[in-house]
Write a protein that binds this ligand. Structure first.
Ligand SMILES: Cc1ncc(COP(=O)(O)O)c(C=O)c1O
Length: 340
């Protein structure tokens, strides 16, 4: 399926890899779709969205990308890398505290030449503060002569969702080739672009793959309603013909573990298990939280023993170096450091 929409072609398809040791440990057949291996700026899911969004920015003659997120946003880091590659200026805007050191994604953003604009919260709703700040920052850069292209949180708009529509088509073909064409696909749900794109793609091609999302921050009725609206917008924007059935949205909302990007022992255990069994790094904000949820879901019988599961590894590894996560890992791992 092609929508006659230009996109950059920076990534080849990513592999699906079988995880033998994790499969044995959990009693399921676990595969990873390695979207952490996308080729620019340390990889991750946002590059699929940015292939469309940065092409659109270039087509419109933009000179600068501006996006938003938490201070340690992975999406921001990948946007900064794409801006560097395509000769665009870049700024990331966040209502967030400076963590006291330039590390993790913030360090990488600066290596890519991106400006970071952080504003301490004044207690009003974050979206209100962010909208105000974005407007004033865009004005400042436009006065300096830049033509700004604004990318919303997570690159999650109708155009960005096409990146994961494409991934759904790729997944379906690869899964069939592996003989797991009716596996359960699990992805991490933040700003919903990944889930929405996958949902549209899998529905549109009538795939037998079953999609489950895992929310990493509180996801209530309003979030489900926003997701439905978003998916309908994507569907109508590109003339897709399937029925959107909100009853089919399968999003686990019970594994948030306190809130967005908070430290959690269960998440660290999942990160350590994957690292020590398979040599693969998850992150403490998104993919580690989702893997901790998968482990609980297996334990609770929501995922059956022997079930084929394809977990989309959406990247985020630099988050391991985020100060508040790194210090907790250090407490648990320092005993294996032998200073002679
Ligand atoms: C590593 C990682 N995984 C998953 C997600 C969630 O993707 P989405 O925002 O499209 O729901 C993000 C979002 O920032 C991410 O950085």
């Amino acid at each position: 399926m092609s929508f006659n929409i230009n996109k950059l072609h920076i990534l080849y398809e990513t592999p699906i890899e079988y995880m033998p040791s994790m499969s044995r440990a959990l009693g399921i057949q676990l595969y990873l779709k390695r979207d952490d291996l996308t080729p620019i700026g340390a990889g991750g899911n946002k590059l699929r969205k940015l292939e469309y969004l940065v092409q659109d920015a270039l087509d419109k003659g933009s000179t600068m990308l501006i996006t938003v997120g938490g201070g340690q946003t992975n999406h921001g880091r990948q946007t900064a890398a794409m801006a560097a590659k395509y000769g665009l200026k870049c700024a990331i805007i966040a209502i967030d505290d400076y963590p006291g050191e330039l590390s993790a994604n913030m360090l990488l953003d600066r290596l890519f030449g991106c400006e970071l604009i952080l504003k301490k919260s004044d207690g009003r709703p974050e979206s209100v503060q962010l909208d105000e700040l974005v407007e004033s920052v865009i004005q400042v850069y436009e006065k300096k002569g830049e033509k700004v292209y604004f990318i919303p949180m997570g690159g999650s708009n109708v155009l960005g969702a096409l990146g994961y529509y494409d991934c759904a088509v790729e997944l379906d073909r690869q899964a069939k080739e592996l003989g797991i064409g009716s596996a359960r696909v699990i992805d991490t749900v933040g700003s919903c672009g990944t889930y929405a794109g996958l949902y549209c793609g899998l529905k549109d091609i009538k795939s037998d793959l079953r999609l489950t999302g895992i929310a990493i921050m509180p996801f209530g009725e309003k979030s489900f309603a926003r997701l439905e609206k978003y998916i309908n917008e994507v569907k109508y924007a590109f003339g897709m013909e399937f029925e959107v059935d909100p009853g089919e949205f399968d999003i686990e909302t019970g594994y948030v573990r306190g809130g967005y990007n908070l430290e959690s022992a269960e998440v660290r255990n999942a990160v350590k298990l994957m690292a020590s069994k398979e040599g693969i790094l998850l992150d403490p904000c998104y993919t580690g939280k989702a893997m901790a949820a998968i482990m609980d879901m297996v334990f609770e019988g929501k995922i059956s023993q022997g079930e084929d599961v394809i977990f989309i590894h959406t990247g985020g590894m630099p988050g391991l170096y985020t100060p508040h996560h790194r210090v907790e890992f250090e407490k648990e791992l320092i005993d294996g450091v032998h200073i002679l």
